[in-house]
Write a protein that binds this ligand. Structure first.
Ligand SMILES: N[C@@H](CCC(=O)N[C@@H](CS)C(=O)NCC(=O)O)C(=O)O
Length: 210
């Protein structure tokens, strides 16, 4: 059985939501707050962050990478476009970009103290992260105009990642009201039963109707 190491309201929601959508049983291990210093966990993920998935003798970390691996392992669930297709190329684009550009901007906001050595520098980092996050979501809004799902005509792991990133925005309800196309797509994503249950389990208030 898969074992997923995670924490409430973190990137571990992405592989968790992927496993829920696939419908396979999995075990979760909830780690305490902060970077783990537990040597047994550091053997699995050397930076002490979550998520990490153990799949038999395979250990894999990075939320986007885990979700992509799971989509490939369970092709029948249809959570990734066909290999070699244009949609597959865009799926890679969004999985990598949301995980490696948007999420760190969010993390700058939550963990401002990780990004400065100045004793009073946290506020400046936080303000810059908020501005940068707003800029990114404005950019995302123009990219998702008129789309049903983030990639092609089918729901995919990119939608799970988009929803999770939207919930992590520092002022997510105001942002999704302002960015109308983002608001429409995240409401569609959260209306799937597995996604609604995921948000509820993590204490996230659903996005309100427009
Ligand atoms: N890009 C990494 C991000 C990992 C990361 O920043 N994890 C955060 C949660 S989203 C964490 O473990 N923080 C420790 C804590 O806040 O307790 C991934 O997707 O795995």
């Amino acid at each position: 059985m898969y074992r997923l190491y995670g924490k409430p309201f973190t990137m571990s929601m992405v592989p968790e939501g992927t496993l829920d959508e696939i419908g396979v049983p999995f075990e979760t291990v909830t780690l305490p707050d902060g970077r783990s210093t537990d040597p047994a966990y550091l053997e699995l993920r050397p930076d002490g962050l979550v998520p990490t998935l153990v799949d038999g003798d395979l250990v894999i970390y990075e939320g986007s990478a885990i979700a992509m691996h799971l989509a490939d392992r369970h092709e029948e669930a249809g959570l990734a476009p066909s290999p070699g297709s244009r949609e597959r190329a865009w799926w890679y684009q969004w999985m990598v970009w949301l995980g490696s550009v948007v999420h760190p901007t969010v993390a700058n906001e939550y963990h401002a103290d990780w990004y400065t050595t100045a004793p009073d520098g946290g506020d400046g980092v936080r303000q810059a992260a908020r501005r940068n996050a707003d800029d990114l979501w404005r950019q995302i809004d123009s990219s998702v105009a008129g789309r049903t799902w983030l990639v092609g005509e089918r729901f995919s792991t990119a939608d799970i990642l988009l929803l999770v990133q939207a919930t992590m925005h520092w002022d997510c309800h105001v942002m999704t009201a302002r960015e109308k196309h983002v608001g429409a797509i995240v409401r569609r994503i959260q209306s799937r039963p597995a996604m609604a249950a995921l948000l509820e389990r993590h204490g996230v208030e659903p996005f309100a109707a427009a």
